[in-house]
Every structure is written in C-alpha cells, then in structure tokens.
Design a protein around this ligand. Structure first.
Ligand SMILES: *Cc1c(COP(=O)(O)O)cnc(C)c1O
Length: 362
C-alpha cells in the first residue's frame, strides 16, 4: 500500500489506478506542453481532440466494436439514460421489454413509465429480494429492445452470460462492470455506463449505440437529449466534461497497455472474486446474499451474524486501512466493490482481515 492511501472498496465513485492518478498529477500544470492544465484548454483544440478520439479508439479496440457502433460521452450519469433510451427509441406504437434485477433496473423502468411509454417487465427477481438473475425469459419478439442491468451494484448479482433475444437488440446498463470482462458486442443495440464505477471519475456516461438504433431517434426532441446530436458532433455539441473524458482516456490506456486487455483483466477480476467468496463460504460467520450462480465479480455482498458485528467490522476494517465496506443504505450488511482498479493485494488484505475478524468474534 502506498503511503497515505487506503485499500478502497467503495461502490462509486470508486478506486482508480494509482498509475493514472500519478500521471495526472505529474502532467497537471502543463498538459501536452501547452503551458495549461487539461481543465484550462479549449475543448475545440487539437489537444482535446486527441484526448477524446483516443478514448473512443481505445473503447473500440477493447470491446472489439465494429463500424456500426458509435461511442458517445453524455452528461447526466447513467440515470439520464433511463429517460433518454425510451425518449429516443420508443415511438407511440412501440413496446420494449425490461428485466428487473434490482434498484437500478427498477429506476430505469420507472423513468420509461413516467414518459408514458409502453413497456413490459418480462422477468423480475423481486420475489427473492433480487438475489438472483432470472433464466429462460419469455421475451416479446416484437419488442424494439430488451433492457437489462448487466451487474447489480447494490444487490451483488451479475449476468454471467447474456440472454438469447431472438434478434431483438439488447440494451445494457453496464455502469458497474463495463471493461471488467470481454463480451460479444454483436447482440447489443446500446450499452451505457456511468464512468465513476469502473472507467473514471463522475461526470459522464459512456454510451455505445448501433447505427440502426440511431435511425429511430425522432426529430422533435431537444438537441441535448438526442443521441444523433452527440453522434454527429463527436460528443461536442456543447462543452464536454473535458477532465472526466481525459481520465477515462488514461484508464483505458492503463487497461490496454499495463493490464494487457480485457481477457487479462477478467482473469484478475475472477481471481479477486474467488478469493473473497471463498473467505465468505469458509465458515458460518459470513453469509453471501446473492445466489451462488448469480454472484457478481464486481460487488461482493455479505452479512455477518448481526448488525452490531457488521458495524464493528466496517469500523475496524477502516482502522486497518480497508475502506468502503458498508453495504448500500437500502440493504444494509457489507459490500466489497472490487472493480478493475482494486488490486489483488487489496483483496488479499481484506481476506486476511476477514479471517482474523471471524476468529476474534465468531
Ligand atoms: C451507479 C449506478 C447507476 C447510477 O449512475 P449515475 O451515474 O449516478 O446516474 C445506474 N446503474 C447502475 C448499474 C449503477 O451502478
């Protein structure tokens, strides 16, 4: 562990690679020999063009996107996409399917309903407190899209593989697992991810949209709410959050050049998750809250024998340099978010702490 830093298990905003933070610090006052910081240069400059174009190019390479896909940066977080998706893609006689796997899916459904759009909840895991990912879902073949949340940040579940949709474009909220593993983008019409979990700081949502869905965007929508505005202006219809985009560029560079791509990243992520789940399953003291087959490799949720012990666990962990282990306020318990930037070393330190804590208090 570096001096003055802790092992960070926050759910979002979350840990960023130390190499990236140091690069920012070193180049901050004189970005690209401009004599200015990245927060002071024009977004219309060649310097910033290079930043945003490189971020897009790296996203294309990492996710193996073909030419049909556009990579956009839109403000308003992932939450803004909950309304932009139905506004842009669902006409008056269209319908879409949603799978409800937790808090964020529920919010996506609610926003579509506020707009008065026709949608159906094709499956839900609410019956068991969202502790699993539904299987064999009867999707509507006439749906314009099928919306899923690939990783459920709060409930600690994740789609291990993506559902068969019979050709209907899949839309995924990948806020908390984008760039954590390779996947076939071919099934997807749209992928979105708030940056602050796995690819950067807060301030922007990455939106990857396929050409055929862009054609659905109606003329009569405010410019700032239309995907076509961002696609035709390289995400610079107005001033983008330059600093956030720059940090994303550096995180993606780290992923490609230091980690070595998404296959490597997934191996590391699988290893981290395995170590933690083994520690949870080792005895009676810890209890995982997600069904085994649906467990997330990004957000590991667990309970202790009672709430007093959970509180002590979180407090003592922090005293030992392990931060961010409190579960989401809506569910309680404990949660270790182990995104890409959370190192193997951090997880080893947490597992050691968990063993000691269980021995002392079990
Ligand atoms: C954090 C999160 C969101 C909300 O993101 P904002 O950028 O704060 O709007 C949405 N979906 C998922 C899966 C998340 O983890």
């Amino acid at each position: 562990m570096k001096e003055n830093r802790i092992y960070n298990f926050n759910a979002g905003p979350a840990a960023l690679p130390l190499e990236v933070l140091e690069e920012i610090k070193d180049s901050f006052l004189n970005f690209g020999d401009s004599g200015m910081s990245i927060t002071e240069i024009s977004h219309r400059s060649a310097l910033f063009d290079d930043v945003i174009n490189d971020a897009v190019a790296r996203t294309r390479r990492l996710l193996k996107l073909d030419d049909r896909f556009h990579v956009l940066f839109i403000q308003g977080g992932a939450s803004m996409q909950f309304c932009m998706i139905p506004m842009n893609l669902l006409g008056p006689s269209d319908t879409a399917d949603y799978v409800n796997t937790g808090t964020w899916s529920t919010k996506a459904i609610k926003e579509a309903e506020i707009l008065g759009k026709t949608i159906s909840v094709a499956a839900s895991s609410e019956d068991k407190n969202f502790s699993y990912i539904p299987k064999n879902i009867p999707f509507n073949k006439k749906a314009v899209y099928i919306h899923i949340t690939s990783n459920n940040t709060i409930k600690g579940t994740q789609w291990a593989s993506f559902p068969e949709t019979g050709g209907v474009p899949l839309i995924a909220d990948m806020s908390s697992d984008i760039m954590s593993r390779p996947f076939d983008a071919g099934k997807f019409g749209l992928i979105y991810a708030g940056a602050q979990k796995n690819i950067g700081p807060a301030g922007v949502c990455m939106v990857i949209i396929r050409d055929d869905l862009l054609k659905r965007v109606p003329d009569k929508l405010p410019s700032m709410l239309k995907y076509t505005t961002y696609a035709t202006k390289n995400s610079m219809f107005n001033t983008p959050p330059c600093f956030t985009v720059y940090m994303i560029q550096l995180v993606l560079k780290w992923l490609e050049e230091t980690v070595g791509g998404l296959e490597k990243m997934e191996q590391i992520n699988q290893k981290k998750a395995r170590m933690l789940y083994e520690a949870i399953d080792a005895g009676e003291f810890y209890h995982g809250t997600a069904e085994t087959a649906s467990r997330s490799i990004m957000n590991v949720t667990f309970r202790l024998p009672n709430e007093t012990l959970e509180k002590q666990f979180v407090e003592q962990a922090l005293k030992n340099g392990l931060g961010g282990l409190k579960g989401h306020r809506s569910v309680g318990g404990c949660r270790a978010s182990i995104y890409n930037a959370t190192s193997l070393e951090a997880v080893e330190a947490l597992v050691d702490f968990m063993k000691t804590f269980a021995q002392t208090n079990g």
